[in-house]
Design a protein. Structure first.
Length: 367
């Protein structure tokens, strides 16, 4: 059993280490010009990124050694805590144009929607396990929907439409995999779609962005990104030789770091990124399938879908398939909050693998 115990944990650890290393190098490369122009320091962004990575790795190690059953026991409490934090941001951020951040003493602590996203995934996994034999029962579903609606409403009105969309995509995927009949999602889907349309209509910049995307014009970021990818060709122009990052494309170190990678490393560079994330997904699914209970399995699936969907959505809006959403590439884009909660999620995923191995060793080998 000893040789099998870390069969899924080790590959994921190696993949994450590789992603963090490559991501840090590429982030420094993409952000150095902006950093010197704004802060007179080439390493300004990468220094802050590395500090956040260190905090995230500590959080990962903590969650890996945390009593996994506590997460399961207090799933609803964790979700309600995320609501309290999101609501508190409305009062603590008085005078600010955004309610996405929890700001204390003038400092951005973290993006509240990142915590809420993890919380609703945990709660959904708990709901699926508690209703495993009646997941398509309307009464059971009606008991769950209010928790989902409150969560996405608080996020939608921050405003954060992109995170709302990604959460719905993850949750719907989990419910369908768990056995929920698609016909039961028709009314909730139309209700949420109507709510989102109202929010888009009442938020001018979201309305203009959506209209421009529908009409196929006005998306200068996507146009510049596609130009950069085309300039990279098959093998790219080489590390540090990107033209588009020299002030021609905003947010190159956050939302639009992918075009810089494509320009400097070409098609093969982008292909390597896809291979890394798909390999992570492959081993994550193995943890999901081997988990000893439904909660662990659905939570593992939610975590890996979250990371994979963010990567795929970012890649899609970079080339204009989706309207620009602002969703980052996990572990590559600059930003402490999403990096922190992604590393916490990885810690939970590894914890599930450890919990599975302990369960199998205790209850199967000595049965």
């Amino acid at each position: 059993m000893k040789n099998e115990q870390y069969i899924y944990e080790k590959p994921i650890i190696y993949i994450i280490i590789l992603i963090l290393f490559i991501g840090s190098v590429l982030l420094y490369n993409a952000s150095s010009t902006l950093a010197i122009n704004i802060h007179n320091d080439y390493s300004f962004f990468i220094n802050k990124h590395l500090i956040r990575l260190l905090i995230g790795i500590i959080a990962l190690i903590f969650m890996y050694n945390f009593n996994f059953l506590i997460i399961k026991k207090y799933a609803k409490h964790i979700l309600i805590l995320s609501w309290i934090i999101m609501i508190s941001a409305y009062f603590l951020n008085e005078g600010s144009s955004t309610r996405r951040w929890l700001i204390i003493n003038g400092r951005n602590i973290f993006t509240t929607s990142d915590f809420a996203k993890l919380a609703i995934i945990i709660y959904t996994a708990s709901f699926i396990e508690n209703n495993k034999n009646k997941i398509s029962n309307i009464k059971s579903l009606l008991n769950y929907i209010p928790y989902l609606i409150v969560t996405i409403s608080l996020i939608l009105y921050q405003p954060d439409l992109s995170t709302t969309f990604s959460i719905l995509l993850i949750i719907v995927s989990l419910l369908i995999v768990s056995g929920l009949k698609i016909k039961h999602l028709v009314f909730p889907t139309f209700s949420v779609f109507f709510l989102v349309l109202i929010k888009i209509y009442r938020t001018p910049y979201q309305k203009n962005r959506f209209i421009n995307w529908i009409n196929g014009d006005g998306n200068t970021q996507a146009d510049s990104a596609i130009e950069a990818l085309g300039n990279g060709g098959i093998i790219g122009v080489g590390l540090g030789n990107s033209i588009i990052k020299e002030g021609f494309l905003p947010e190159v170190h956050t939302d639009f770091i992918l075009p810089i990678i494509g320009e400097e490393f070409g098609f093969f560079g982008i292909l390597i990124l896809f291979i890394l994330f798909l390999t992570f997904y492959f081993y994550g699914v193995k943890i999901c399938k081997s988990a000893p209970d439904i909660f662990s399995s659905m939570l593992a699936l939610g975590i890996i879908l979250n990371i994979l969907f963010y990567f795929l959505i970012n890649a899609s809006y970079v080339v204009g398939l989706f309207p620009t959403t602002g969703l980052p590439i996990p572990f590559f884009s600059y930003g402490g909050s999403h990096t922190l909660f992604n590393l916490i999620s990885i810690g939970i995923l590894l914890n599930i693998s450890k919990y599975t191995n302990i369960y199998k060793y205790k209850y199967i080998n000595y049965e």
